[in-house]
Design a protein around this ligand. Structure first.
Ligand code: AMP
Length: 411
């Protein structure tokens, strides 16, 4: 299938050709016609599948086709809600580049940075607004944004949005838009709460499912290293010296862990940057830009800070800590090996992470190959150091109520 078969108009197709897009991706093939028809859509697709263009292109075409109303002044007609600032910025960059051939104006608003310039942007008039939930509601409260003219509402990374506790904000935002509108919901995974949200706010949605979570990993070569927890830093340095080359993201579970590893790598002469939820927005953005420009080739990140980021030319992903949620492993390693290229993931597993490893291998239905030739092996008799509370059962991949409450603090 080609883009012109999807009934996209010529200027849009020309822009895509200039960008080197030869044909639509699977999610684009399925989602674009539905959005053009004005249908509500619930799509299970993750970053790397081309999902942003899957909604951005038909939205632009719809706006283009209905230009009459925009002549009456710029009003927010498309609202994209995204859970993280980085992702919001990225979505806007995508919209901007696809909208080159149009006069449509886009803007992005997010928290953690001064609200005044964002007010000015909105004041000047915007057709397509990309926003994180908190800042959007703030701006609405201050009467700086009018959502009465929204024709299409996109909820991107809905599972993450709900994980981050934005459910009430999302429902509120939906109610602030007119009841007659198109809603497009994208989610990497489809847990019950996402389905429930969709049932509440979407109208007869068309369902699209692309690449179930576990299949993405086929384009990634995966290697596992067993090592004692205290020696992970040594092993990581050893791998950086001898094995891992190119542009790398190293994932850690906690902000504290990210900072600690960053210090160690800097001390050892590596050019490193890091992103996590405690860093001011400007620092996170600078770090991303340096990494994208290739000024820095190692980025250390927590999952939430990094999720959804479209980072090109990634050669490797390092799981310094194994994630306790198996789907997170798939999200992490899915950032390498994009667009048909083969990438590599290196996972460091200590004795107490073996239960997490078991859950991951079950999800991906693959035994990750183990590399034993390294100087910091784990004693095969080492027992998992699982910290059990009296009466509590350790269940890898499941979060206790207490850990859910703590969530806001550790990423
Ligand atoms: P996304 O899943 O939206 O984060 O997109 C992942 C990457 O794929 C982005 O760098 C897009 O620019 C790129 N992309 C999207 N659609 C296509 C396409 N049809 N052909 C080639 N690259 C694409």
């Amino acid at each position: 299938m080609e883009f012109k078969d999807l009934k996209l108009n010529k200027p849009l197709v020309r822009t895509l050709v200039q960008k080197g897009y030869e044909q639509p991706t699977l999610v684009q093939e399925q989602v674009i016609p539905l959005v053009l028809e004005g249908k509500d859509v619930i799509a299970s697709a993750q970053t790397g599948t081309g999902k942003t263009a899957a909604f951005a292109l038909p939205i632009l075409q719809n706006l283009y086709d209905r230009q009459d109303s925009s002549k009456r002044g710029r009003k927010v007609r498309v609202l994209v809600v995204s859970p993280t600032r980085e992702l919001a910025i990225q979505i806007e960059e995508n919209f901007k580049s696809y909208a080159e051939s149009t006069v449509l104006r886009t803007a992005v608003v997010f928290g953690g940075t001064s609200i005044e310039p964002q007010k000015k942007l909105l004041d000047a008039g915007v057709d397509i607004l990309i926003a994180t939930p908190g800042r959007l509601l703030d701006l609405h409260k201050q009467e700086m944004v009018n959502l009465n003219f929204v024709e299409t509402l996109v909820l991107d990374e809905a599972d993450l949005m709900l994980d981050m506790g934005f459910i009430d904000d999302v429902k509120k935002i939906e109610r602030l838009c007119p009841s007659e509108k198109q809603i497009l919901l994208f989610s990497a995974t489809m847990p019950h709460k996402v389905v429930q949200l969709a049932e509440t706010i979407l109208k007869n949605p068309e369902k699209v499912e692309v690449a179930p979570t576990s299949s993405v990993v086929k384009t990634v070569s995966q290697v596992l290293y067993y090592t004692p927890k205290p020696q992970k830093i040594e092993l990581c340095l050893y791998l950086l010296r001898n094995t891992i080359k190119g542009n790398i993201i190293i994932f850690r579970r906690t902000k504290f862990g990210v900072d600690k590893l960053e210090k160690s790598l800097l001390k050892n002469g590596y050019k490193v940057d890091s992103i996590h939820g405690d860093k001011p927005q400007s620092e996170r953005q600078d770090a991303m830009n340096r990494f994208k420009k290739g000024e820095v080739n190692i980025l250390i990140a927590t999952d939430v800070a990094a999720r959804g980021l479209d980072i090109k030319d990634l050669d490797a992903v390092v799981n310094f800590d194994l994630p306790n949620i198996p789907e997170t492993y798939v999200h992490r390693i899915g950032r390498t090996g994009r667009a048909g290229e083969i990438g590599t993931s290196y996972s460091l597993c200590s004795a107490d992470e073996k239960p997490y490893l078991a859950s991951i291998q079950k999800l991906i239905n693959t035994h990750i190959s183990v590399e034993t030739e390294h100087p910091y092996p784990l004693d095969p008799k080492a027992k998992p150091e699982v910290h059990k509370k009296k009466g509590s059962k350790h269940r890898p991949g499941r979060k206790s109520e207490a850990s859910k409450k703590k969530k806001k603090r550790w990423y």
